[in-house]
Design a protein around this ligand. Structure first.
Ligand code: CA
Ligand code: CA
Length: 301
């Protein structure tokens, strides 16, 4: 699948996240520009475990941004990486359970939003957290040297600006701790008497839940636990008018108050909460209690 330009053998077991060693790596891929898009279909385990999409890209092209839909529903965005990231990168997108649970195949569409030049893709790996372990569910090696694999995944691209191979520095190894966490965007939850605020500066996926200002204002998030027990939730928020609090309810029973120290609006900070979760999917409600806080995302550790 990949060949090192230095002639050093690289073990590629199951996809892009298993590169052994460092060095220069050659891969084929494609890119599309304004008005363009790509689409493909991947298989997942229908058991309902969380799904993560990993994209291998040439990070030398700055500010690449595309909208992602799955089976026709919005599923998030590929957000720009930092401008100082170069070489190969492996970008992760945790898909919201609303588009994956109960599905056995995912039709993914990436639609160009903006970029310094174009939006490139060299491989996609679909991972699923089975029994707490990230497992490769499917792999699509994009590029003109992998036409059979592209056809098998019904891959198509419009507005193509590039196809060919590039040789770049290997992607840095992902950190284990960050890799294990699953991110749930607040704006992908079910919102009551509040609103999704797009264009939130510095927020994950550029959007948050705002207007959690009334007694009946809340957002419900579905979060996954591979087994029953206590989990740490990292809750990212902003509070700009005094310290705020939400009432947190887990599966309609356990109730506690979560405090959000004031750091200013659009200043995204993290507080931790300990959640008693059942095996499988749980519903966690964040509800207005005192003053005002916007919610960006929650990670379960
Ligand atoms: Ca490729
Ligand atoms: Ca967010």
């Amino acid at each position: 699948m990949v060949v090192s330009a230095l002639g050093v053998g690289l073990a590629v077991a199951g996809g892009v996240t298993a590169w052994m060693g460092r060095g220069r790596v050659t891969d084929d891929g494609r890119a599309f520009g304004p008005g363009g898009s790509s689409r493909f279909t991947v298989r997942i385990d229908p058991g309902g475990a969380p799904v993560r999409l990993v994209r291998r890209l040439d990070a030398g092209i700055d500010r690449q941004r595309a909208a992602v839909s799955v089976n026709g529903s919005p599923a998030g965005e590929w957000q720009p990486l930092r401008d100082d990231v170069d070489g190969w990168a492996e970008q992760r997108l945790d898909l919201p359970p609303s588009v994956t649970v109960g599905q056995s195949s995912l039709a993914v569409v990436n639609t160009f939003i903006s970029s310094a030049w174009d939006f490139n893709e060299f491989a996609y790996v679909v991972q699923q957290q089975i029994d707490g372990v990230w497992t490769v569910a499917d792999t699509l090696d994009v590029g003109p040297l992998h036409r059979a694999g592209e056809a098998a995944h019904d891959y198509r691209v419009t507005g193509e600006t590039f196809h060919g191979s590039r040789t770049l520095d290997a992607a840095p190894a992902a950190g284990d701790a960050a890799d294990r966490r699953i991110r749930y965007e607040a704006e992908a939850g079910v919102v009551s008497n509040a609103r999704v605020r797009p264009g939130a500066a510095g927020a994950s996926q550029g959007a948050v839940v705002a207007g959690l200002d009334h007694a009946d204002s809340w957002v419900d998030l579905r979060v996954y636990a591979p087994r029953a027990g206590r989990y740490t939730a990292l809750v990212t928020y902003a509070a700009g008018y005094g310290d705020a609090q939400h009432t947190v309810t887990v599966n309609g029973s356990t109730v506690f108050t979560l405090g959000y120290p004031q750091h200013g609006w659009d200043v995204w900070r993290r507080v931790t909460a300990s959640l008693p979760l059942s095996k499988g999917w749980n519903t966690v409600r964040f509800q207005h209690h005192t003053r005002w806080a916007e919610l960006d995302h929650v990670e379960i550790v």
